[in-house]
Design a protein around this ligand. Structure first.
Ligand code: SF4
Ligand code: SF4
Length: 233
C-alpha cells in the first residue's frame, strides 16, 4: 500500500471519519495566521469527525448544552488524532504541524490559523453550502474538522461538486435571517456573498453564547436542517 493510503488507513483507525489531501499551492488564496504558515510544508491533510446524529434531534430553535458539550469533545478528539498523526509523520521523516481544531486568533473577523472548512473543500471532503459550511455527502455538515500541514509527499484528492441545487432549507430555518440563499458553482468569494455574516455573529454572540451551559460560538440550526446531514438516519 502506498504511503498516502497507509496514512489514511491509520487516521481512520484512530477515529477519523473522512480524510482528504491537497497540496499547499492549491491553498495559496487562503488567509493564514501567520502569513507564512504554509512555508515549511508541501501538503495539507483535512480530517473530519462526525457529530452524533441524535444530538441534533434536541436542537429546535437554539443550541443545547448537549450540543455544546459534544462539540467541545469532538474538537478535543480531533486535536488528539491530529497530534498522534503528526508524531507518526515526524517519525517517518516529515516536518508536520497540527492546526488546532477550534482556536480563534482574530476575534474581529473570527479566523484561526487557517479555515479548516476551506482546506476540507479543496481536499475533496465536500462542498461549500449556502450556509457557508462544508457539506459532506456522507454526514452533511454534522462534522468537525482539523488540518495537518506536512512535508510528506502525498497523493491529492479531487474536489466535490456543489450539490445544494434548489434547496433553501438552511436559509428558511436561520433564526437570524442571515443566509441569502444564493447558489454558487464552486465556492463563495467572500463570506458576505453567501451570508449576512454580521447577523449570524450577533445571534451567536449576543444571544446563544449567554444560554445556560452553552459555551463557545455555536448554533446548530443550519447544520440540523440540511438534508445531507439527516439523509442516512
Ligand atoms: S449558525 Fe445559526 S444564525 Fe448563523 S447562519 Fe446558521 S442558522 Fe443562521
Ligand atoms: S440546507 Fe440545502 S441549501 Fe443549505 S447547505 Fe444544505 S443542501 Fe445546501
Amino acid at each position: 500500500m502506498e504511503y498516502t493510503a497507509k496514512l489514511k488507513d491509520y487516521l481512520m483507525k484512530e477515529g477519523a471519519d473522512l480524510v482528504g489531501v491537497t497540496d499547499v499551492q492549491s491553498l495559496s488564496e487562503l488567509k493564514t495566521i501567520p502569513e507564512n504558515l504554509f512555508s515549511p510544508f508541501t501538503h495539507a491533510i483535512s480530517i473530519a469527525m462526525q457529530l452524533p446524529r441524535a444530538v441534533f434531534d434536541f436542537i429546535v430553535d437554539q443550541p443545547t448544552p448537549l450540543y455544546s458539550s459534544t462539540y467541545q469533545n469532538v474538537n478535543r478528539l480531533l486535536d488528539e488524532v491530529a497530534y498522534k498523526a503528526v508524531k507518526k509523520l515526524q517519525s517517518d521523516g516529515y516536518v508536520s504541524l497540527p492546526i488546532p481544531a477550534s482556536q480563534i486568533l482574530d476575534h474581529e473577523e473570527w479566523y484561526g490559523n487557517v479555515s479548516h472548512k476551506a482546506v476540507a473543500r479543496i481536499a475533496g471532503l465536500g462542498w461549500q453550502g449556502k450556509n457557508l459550511l462544508l457539506i459532506t455527502p456522507e454526514y452533511g455538515s454534522r462534522v468537525r474538522l482539523v488540518t495537518i500541514l506536512t512535508s510528506a509527499p502525498l497523493s491529492v484528492d479531487s474536489p466535490v461538486a456543489n450539490r445544494c441545487g434548489k434547496c433553501m432549507k438552511c436559509s428558511e430555518a436561520c433564526p437570524a435571517g442571515a443566509i441569502k440563499g444564493l447558489s454558487t458553482k464552486d465556492y463563495y468569494k467572500s463570506r458576505n456573498e453567501a451570508l449576512d455574516f454580521g447577523k449570524c455573529v450577533s445571534k451567536l454572540t449576543e444571544e446563544f453564547q449567554h444560554l445556560p451551559n452553552v459555551s463557545g460560538l455555536i448554533c446548530g440550526i443550519c447544520i440540523k436542517v440540511c438534508p445531507w446531514g439527516s439523509k442516512l438516519g
